[in-house]
Design a binder for this molecule. Structure first.
Ligand code: DAK
Length: 257
């Protein structure tokens, strides 16, 4: 694992910390590829049920590394498949991934958080897509995922002005699921992730696929996908265990089958 990524295991939770404090956790290839390797190792680990991605208390990530990008030309970006090549690893992760955001989540940092399944924010979190100030536009999904999360008006406002929004505004507009005191963010997120990881992993994967389908298809197709997936859940031992445990007034023991 590169120095810029810290990988920790907390019982059934895999924690990935971006660790480039001198550059506000700006995202270069080393960081992005480190996140990709950590994700792959947690996905391959049957003991891990949920993954948390975080930075430090000052920055989740202040964007793509401007120093590394400054001299790119079109052919370098296009032929090197900039962003698609390694950033989108998060998109293919089948286990739940939570972004725990403290401090700045700007540009590519905000886009990285948007690729996660949900976002928990610290009180000091600041979200923004300031690419317009650099003479470019959000290029890692910001113009597509932000409007889906917060609606067109707010997304246009953030992309056009490059301004930052705080955690309260981010929660109000639906970008963020919950807000925690800054010093408690990671512990609280890990605690929630432990609860999630205690459920049946195949069910979590079915939930993730079904919710994500809502952003890819019509309501009728999405409902059909959900219904078929729901039907499929009755083939799981974990469904029998969950319902039996409820009726026997005991805690279920899920075995991911
Ligand atoms: N890249 C590189 N270094 C960064 C950085 C970044 N994004 N953000 C901060 N740093 C570095 C600073 O240069 C500084 O380094 P030294 O001068 O100490 O060497 C150090 O981190 C501390 O930053 P500051 O001194 O600026 O700290 P402050 O507390 O004063 O301000 C800040 C913090 C986060 C408000 C400020 O650093 C800032 O505004 N940073 C830039 C934020 C930003 O513009 N982010 C968007 C980056 S552009 C594309 C796909 C994707 C993208 C683009 C194209 N294509 C497919 C074509 C994505 C673009 C972006 O993400």
């Amino acid at each position: 694992m590169p120095e810029s990524i810290i990988r920790e295991t907390h019982d059934k939770v895999g924690l990935i910390r971006i660790n480039r404090p001198a550059a506000m956790n700006a995202l270069n290839d080393e960081v992005i590829e480190g996140i990709g390797s950590a994700l792959a190792s947690f996905e391959a680990d049957d003991d891990i049920g949920c993954i948390v991605l975080t930075g430090d208390s000052k920055a989740f990530a202040a964007g793509a590394d401007i120093r590394a990008m400054k001299d790119f030309d079109y052919m370098a970006a296009y032929q090197g498949d900039f962003i698609t090549r390694n950033w989108e690893r998060l998109k293919t992760c089948r286990k739940p991934v939570i972004a725990a955001v403290a401090g700045y989540a700007l540009g590519g940092g905000c886009e990285l958080a948007l690729m996660c399944d949900t976002i928990y924010a610290a009180e000091n979190a600041r979200f923004g897509l300031p690419e317009v100030k650099l003479g470019t536009l959000p290029g890692a999904g910001g113009t597509q995922r932000l409007p889906r999360a917060v609606g067109k008006a707010k997304a246009m406002d953030l992309c056009f002005t490059g301004r930052m929004m705080d955690a309260v505004e981010a929660e109000r507009c639906g970008l963020v699921a919950r807000i925690f005191p800054t010093e408690k963010l990671v512990d609280e997120t890990i605690a929630i992730a432990q609860t999630i990881a205690g459920y049946s992993l195949p069910v979590l994967m079915m939930i993730k696929e079904s919710v994500n389908r809502a952003f890819e298809t019509s309501l009728a197709e999405g409902l059909l996908f959900e219904r078929r997936t729901f039907h499929a859940s009755f083939a799981l031992e974990d469904q029998k265990e969950g319902m039996t445990a409820f009726l026997e007034k005991r805690t279920p023991k899920f075995r991911n089958r």
